[in-house]
Design a protein. Structure first.
Length: 445
């Protein structure tokens, strides 16, 4: 494996890569600029610059990911040992995104009733854009004298967009597709000797295959910018970092004070439900927040400038013969996002649930019935205006019913109509039979 290169540059040189206007964390960036001027005489005005390719990981299970890095020859005479001494004061050292973006995410596994993992998917926790800081918590722990946690931390950070879905299956039978052995074999990994069993299984490799020149620039700030400075600078930089850390911790802090009104109703009710009560409340809470634009769900990706759309465009062009076949269906991209305007909508797929726990569904009908039961509990036990406040909106279910319960799952016509309008294609080009998109809930703003 070839090593990844780390260049040692002056702060002023890498700062020029940041946006000139509307740059995030401008106060910190300006302060680092002041500090770097003080360091010029001592030749300490350097930072470590990395150019990451799509999919390169910088954090693995909450820790710095050392993937065979190499320090390039530089005017400051720094070696890789210097880099480790300067930067690895924390499992998650302080850095800044200079261009494109980093995704912070977790990995979740759906399991069968027997405990066997049958689908692994990713869930975004945060997107870091130019000017955004990473490693704030780890740095504040170091500066505050808090020892690093020994607990397993199941989160990661990589260059690019990792958490996305690609709907609709591809044929794996060469005879069925009527392609000759000389034609490029259609699947997302770009490897024409490997069968793509599930659409999106090799999604990161797929992007790498089609966008080799895409990259993210980041820098790591050496520890002397935090410690080898005057009391005045130290007070200012700590104040800014604590403010940023407090802002970044807001979702975690708010989650500690969840409103448990509906949870108590579910826990103490004698009504028959199809799921264990705690998991059902977590699912209710997610749907309730998604409806209010406070939780992520899958939405059609229609931004043609997005890296995934660009890769898909190249993928379609490289497989033109296949996609002219009458039996083929277009691959459609989805990304995680929040509802943000009137009439906005998204979908929740049972096998792509953006929830950080394993939710084992019995059937789509059973879930809709459970939601209906929750609304009845709210109506019976809470007076107005709380009744309206906690009600779940009307949610439509589409796909395989999994049973013949009271609430009927609709056919997929409405979902196809919406996807047809979103992507600007005919309903005939849409196939909802892939595993990840077989059972859907439609959430409307």
């Amino acid at each position: 494996m070839s090593s990844k290169k780390i260049s040692v540059e002056t702060w002023q040189k890498v700062k020029d890569l940041l946006p000139k206007e509307d740059c995030a964390n401008k106060s910190l960036i300006d302060l680092v600029s002041e500090i770097s001027q003080e360091f010029i005489k001592e030749k300490l005005n350097y930072v470590y610059h990395l150019r990451l390719n799509y999919g390169d990981k910088i954090i693995d299970k909450g820790k710095f990911f050392n993937d065979n890095y190499e320090i390039l020859e530089n005017d400051f005479g720094k070696t890789f040992n210097d880099f480790k001494n300067d930067v690895l004061y924390s499992d998650d050292p302080l850095g800044i995104v200079l261009s494109n973006h980093i995704e912070v995410y977790t990995e979740n596994k759906s399991t069968s009733d027997k405990g066997k993992t049958y689908l692994t998917y990713t869930l975004p926790l945060n997107y870091l854009h130019p000017g955004d800081l990473f490693g704030v918590f780890g740095t504040l722990d170091k500066l505050s004298g808090i020892p690093a946690s020994k607990m397993n931390r199941d989160w990661y950070a990589r260059a690019g967009t990792v958490s996305f879905g690609l709907a609709f299956p591809f044929h794996n039978d060469l005879e069925q597709t009527k392609l000759t052995s000389r034609d490029k074999y259609v699947h997302l990994s770009g490897n024409n000797t490997k069968v793509e069993k599930t659409p999106g299984d090799n999604k990161v490799e797929f992007i790498i295959e089609h966008l080799r020149n895409w990259g993210t620039d980041i820098i790591y700030i050496p520890k002397h910018y935090l410690s080898n400075i005057s009391k005045s600078y130290k007070g200012k930089i700590l104040e800014i970092l604590y403010k940023i850390g407090w802002e970044q911790s807001a979702p975690l802090r708010y989650s500690l004070f969840e409103d448990t009104t509906v949870y108590n109703l579910i826990l103490n009710s004698n009504l028959k439900i199809n799921h264990d009560r705690h998991s059902l409340w977590l699912f209710y809470n997610f749907i309730f927040k998604a409806y209010r634009g406070e939780a992520i769900l899958l939405k059609p990706l229609v931004d043609k400038k997005h890296v995934i759309c660009k890769a898909l465009d190249q993928f379609l062009k490289s497989n033109e013969k296949y996609f002219k076949l009458s039996s083929s269906f277009l691959p459609l991209p989805f990304t995680y996002s929040c509802l943000n305007k009137k009439n906005d909508w998204g979908i929740v797929s049972f096998n792509h649930l953006p929830i950080i726990f394993n939710y084992s569904n019995i059937s789509l009908n059973a879930v809709l019935n459970d939601f209906n039961t929750i609304n009845k509990l709210i109506k019976q036990n809470l007076g107005s205006p709380d009744c309206d406040r906690y009600f779940l909106p009307e949610i439509s279910g589409f796909g395989n019913t999994g049973g013949q319960d009271d609430i009927k799952v609709s056919k997929t016509d409405e979902i196809k109509k919406r996807l047809s309008e979103a992507f600007g294609i005919s309903k005939e080009e849409i196939n909802l039979s892939s595993r990840e998109f077989s059972n859907l809930l439609l959430i409307n703003n």
